[in-house]
Design a binder for this molecule. Structure first.
Ligand code: ZN
Length: 355
């Protein structure tokens, strides 16, 4: 088994006590199980989930055991392979990984619906995470990175997968598509809708920094600050006679949800990825009488979404503009601050460099 003769500890960013914040700690380098690989982490990205965990909100208190090394969006290279791994993986291989670890014997998995396993455990949420110099992942979860996908892009494939999976829910070819919420996943979903051949793509938010950035991430998308512009005026400008065919709700905002219902055509489709912070009131009558189809979206399809993601990157979808900040890992505080201020796209931490 692999071992580093110099040291058996690593730097890691962990929730060490049930309170706000994360701490940079020295932790033992994890040992991969027989069906796992050990990955030397090069780059990680900060997710909204990590902000929840940092803030130690109600959801985190219920779901995240302490102590916990956080982080699930990462890319690196394989440094050790468990003895029962039968995939053709090799040491030195550049990889990312699906962060949802599933029970391959569950009914859902046996039916081929890997992403619907009710006992899914999240790397960096329910098991030790990737904000560290090393992380262990099941070989099953590993995604081999093509040579032309750099580590920082590899580190944002997890949220890109959420965007692609949401966009996969309905046929977008030639359709008018509304995306509500211009966080990183909303921006990527808008870019995917463009690549999927949508007739128009409208992306809404109330944060101008994000809407401006969206112009770079998803060129050709019509961005709308709904506090300044009326969505119906924009629809008129774009020649939409009745409404949008498909809505992708990425914000979790009840106002955005209502805007989707109001502006969809009869028989339109709505995919929901944004999670409302509390139960929300909904005009079910409007949904029923418009005969809308609503789909909740969770995670990424293993591994169709991953194949489509790498295909979209190859086809020229460029995620580079989305990464607005990169820091060496020991400057993580700055990264979390800029994320919390809503003045960033994706924030990437480099685990090979210190400040
Ligand atoms: Zn994430």
């Amino acid at each position: 088994m692999w071992s580093d003769p110099m040291t058996d500890t690593m730097k890691a960013l962990a929730k060490t006590k049930p309170a706000e914040g994360l701490e940079l700690i020295d932790a033992p380098i994890p040992t991969p199980g027989d069906e796992d690989v050990l990955i030397k982490v090069h780059k990680t990205a900060v997710c909204g989930t990590d902000i929840h965990i940092w803030n130690w909100d109600e959801w985190s208190q219920k779901n995240v055991p302490v102590p916990m090394i956080t982080g699930h969006e990462f890319a690196g290279e394989i440094v050790a392979i468990g003895k029962d791994v039968d995939r053709r993986l090799k040491v030195g291989q550049r990889v990312s990984a699906e962060g949802h670890v599933i029970d391959l014997n569950s009914e859902a998995a046996r039916a081929g619906h890997f992403h619907l396993d009710p006992h899914t455990r999240g790397i960096g949420v329910n098991r030790q995470g990737a904000f560290a110099e090393y992380v262990v992942a099941p070989a099953f979860n590993v995604i081999e990175l093509p040579d032309d996908v750099p580590y920082e892009i590899g580190s944002i494939l997890d949220p890109f997968g959420n965007a692609v999976h949401t966009a996969q829910q309905f046929d977008l070819l030639g359709e008018d598509v509304l995306v509500t919420g211009a966080g990183p996943i909303g921006m990527m979903a808008a870019a995917v809708a463009r690549h999927a051949g949508a007739r128009t793509v409208v992306l809404t938010d109330i944060n101008d920094f994000r809407l401006d950035l969206a112009q770079k991430v998803a060129p050709g998308v019509r961005t709308v600050n709904t506090t300044k512009e009326d969505l119906h005026d924009v629809m008129h400008e774009l020649g939409l006679k009745v409404g949008f065919d498909v809505a992708l709700e990425m914000s979790g905002s009840p106002i955005a949800f209502k805007q989707c219902v109001d502006t969809l055509i009869m028989g339109g489709g709505m995919a929901l990825l944004g999670i409302p912070s509390k139960p929300m009131e909904t005009d079910w009558g409007a949904i029923i009488l418009k005969a809308l189809t609503i789909k909740g979206v969770y995670g990424r399809e293993m591994f169709t979404t991953w194949r489509k993601m790498l295909g979209l990157l190859k086809a020229g979808l460029d995620l580079t503009p989305l990464i607005t900040h990169q820091y060496p890992y020991d400057r993580f505080r700055e990264g979390f601050e800029v994320m919390k201020a809503g003045q960033s796209g994706k924030v990437v931490l480099d685990w090979e460099k210190t400040a």
